[in-house]
Write a protein that binds this ligand. Structure first.
Ligand code: ADP
Length: 297
């Protein structure tokens, strides 16, 4: 079973001709409201593929929180670990200009109130998990608590997004650390190097037992300290419509498959197909494929 511990946000999207300057007001399109946040996205992506998935998150006692709970339940996610109240639901205010560029303001809201105590209180869900997947849109203390109470039977998947400095014990627990080029460069700093081979070697040297670097249309690069040489896993070629949530769909698919016992490279070969399918549709959760849609790719 896959347990996702992470963020849940309402994405509020308005199309604009151009961004307002300070003090200025511009008129935009009708508002559209979508369920999002990396944790919520991953749980929905996994459940849509057929995984048994559960989510630990915190939302507000408000319409956005109810929207998020509805989308989780519609996908078949176990929402017993979704806590309600304490602050408004997290929101991403997104403006999109005609060239497709986004400007985003995030209000973490209830996500910032998901505490280490909330993790400890969910010990039943943790005990049942084969894989626990976390990201960094919740407090770092809470992520560190997941590592501290990680059952020996569970494997930790961490996507360090948005990137932040990570304590050594968190890095050492990752199996794998899943990240894109931007996040890899952030964590490695000036010593990063220029190729996926160099990033993977640099990352393995600071603690994780395995590393998966996503490379957009180029697929992913997989390095595991338990197997031999790192491998490049190419992505199927698709017509990209909207890449929002592709990384979340990839990570969820990977986490689910390693929980079923697949080797990391085999799981990555499935996950690149899920990521590719997710970029062929608009939106994040709306674009996540079923297992049949992945097979048809
Ligand atoms: P992030 O969204 O976190 O930056 P990536 O852009 O690397 O992550 O995308 C994650 C995965 O989604 C990739 O590894 C790949 O499988 C798939 N993907 C993303 N963009 C494309 C694309 N243009 N064509 C095919 N697959 C893609």
């Amino acid at each position: 079973d896959l347990l996702v511990i992470g963020s849940a946000n309402a994405d509020l999207v308005i199309g604009v001709e151009r961004r307002p300057a300070p003090g200025e007001t511009v008129l935009g399109s009708d508002l559209s409201v979508h369920p999002g946040g990396k944790g919520a996205n991953q749980a929905v992506a996994a459940a849509r593929l057929g995984a048994r998935a559960a989510l630990i998150a915190r939302v507000g006692d408000d319409d956005h929180g109810r929207l998020l709970l509805r989308s989780q339940r519609a996908a078949g996610v176990d929402t017993a670990g979704v806590l309600v109240g304490g602050a408004p639901t997290g929101v991403a205010l997104i403006t999109v200009d005609p060239s497709g560029d986004n400007s985003i303001v995030v209000s973490p809201g209830a996500n910032a109130r998901l505490t280490p105590a909330d993790v400890r209180a969910a010990e039943d869900l943790l005990a049942e998990a084969r894989v626990i997947s976390v990201q960094l849109e919740i407090p770092l203390d809470t992520v560190a608590e997941v590592v501290a109470v990680l059952p020996p039977t569970a494997r930790l998947v961490l996507n360090p997004s948005p990137p932040a400095p990570l304590p050594p014990d968190v890095l050492a627990a990752c199996d794998p650390l899943v990240l894109n080029e931007h996040e890899a460069r952030f964590i490695l700093g000036s010593s990063a190097g220029a190729t996926p081979e160099e990033w993977a070697a640099g990352l393995l040297a600071i603690g994780p037992r395995s590393v998966v670097i996503t490379l957009g249309a180029q697929g992913a690069f997989v390095a595991d300290t338990r197997t031999g040489a790192p491998v490049h896993v190419p992505s199927p070629r698709v017509e990209a419509v909207d890449t929002t949530g592709a990384g979340d769909a990839f990570t969820a698919a990977l986490a689910w498959r390693i929980g079923l016992g697949e080797p990391l490279a085999t799981a990555a070969a499935f996950a690149v197909r899920v990521g590719a399918a997710a970029v062929t549709g608009q939106g994040a959760q709306e674009s996540f494929p079923t297992a049949e849609e992945v097979a048809a790719l």
